[in-house]
Design a protein around this ligand. Structure first.
Ligand SMILES: [Zn+2]
Length: 252
């Protein structure tokens, strides 16, 4: 079985801790995981602890290098799909053809994206043209607005089955999971939630992810492989669905 991890953070963001690509690889040794979506850490992109954070040149440079770091990562018999982490400057000019998707991330009490900025529309337009999936994390009202108003017909992946986008139940109640362009990843979700999702919506728009280093790849994959569903459905979740999304990305 070919397994691809749709949610892996890699970067050097804290002098006391290195979570580089080389820290991830030992965790997938001996597992069927042979590829991953790579993302920078939010801590490298903006000051998470200051809700009134004002962007600076220094932060802009930090973001650039965190995103570029991902492009240097390679390993034998392992496929990497770097995603570009977009922040409030909506630096769409930096989304070069080496990126396979976009990471959008904010938690409550963190500095907000200015969704009304004309550059926000521009970045969404670029995402649409290249058919890049967006791993989208923000609070519930912004998630609903992004999917229903701003980024209609864009492929959106809601990470952790909605855990940090207002919760699984709320995303379900809003009817977002049933939209054909809305995907989700299994990282840090409970086995019960994954099972509930698959029973309601099937296995075509759900991707295995670990959220390394916050989740352990082998343990997270185990939840998918324990699902009481046919093997080809497990294979879809474990890697084929991600591969299908990646095959739809248009190269500029
Ligand atoms: Zn994450």
């Amino acid at each position: 079985m070919r397994c691809l991890d749709a949610h892996v953070h890699c970067g050097i963001y804290d002098r006391s801790k290195l979570w580089a690509f080389d820290d991830y690889l030992p965790h997938v040794e001996g597992t069927p995981i042979t590829g991953a979506v790579l993302l920078a850490f939010p801590d490298q992109i903006y000051d998470r602890w200051d809700p009134n954070f004002k962007d600076t040149h220094e932060w802009r440079m930090r973001r650039k290098s965190a995103n570029k770091y991902l492009l240097t990562l390679r390993a034998e018999n392992f496929t990497v799909f770097p995603f570009f982490f977009i922040w409030n400057d909506f630096a769409w000019e930096d989304i070069t053809p080496e990126y396979w998707g976009v990471k959008w991330h904010r938690h409550a009490n963190e500095p907000v994206y200015n969704y009304d900025d004309p550059r926000c529309r521009q970045v969404i337009q670029k995402i649409r043209e290249l058919n890049l999936p967006v791993l989208f994390e923000d609070d519930l009202p912004n998630t609903v607005r992004f999917i229903r108003e701003l980024a209609t017909d864009v492929t959106v992946i809601i990470p952790h089955m909605g855990f940090l986008n207002g919760g699984y139940r709320n995303i379900l109640d809003q009817g977002l999971f049933q939209q054909p362009n809305v995907y989700t990843d299994t990282s840090l979700a409970s086995f019960g939630e994954i099972m509930d999702y698959v029973q309601r919506y099937g296995e075509e728009r759900i991707l295995f992810g670990s959220d390394f280093p916050f989740g352990d790849p082998a343990k997270e994959l185990d939840k998918v492989l324990r699902l009481p569903i046919p093997r080809e459905k497990q294979e879809a979740i474990a890697g084929l669905n991600l591969l299908r999304l990646m095959s739809r990305v248009k190269r500029a």
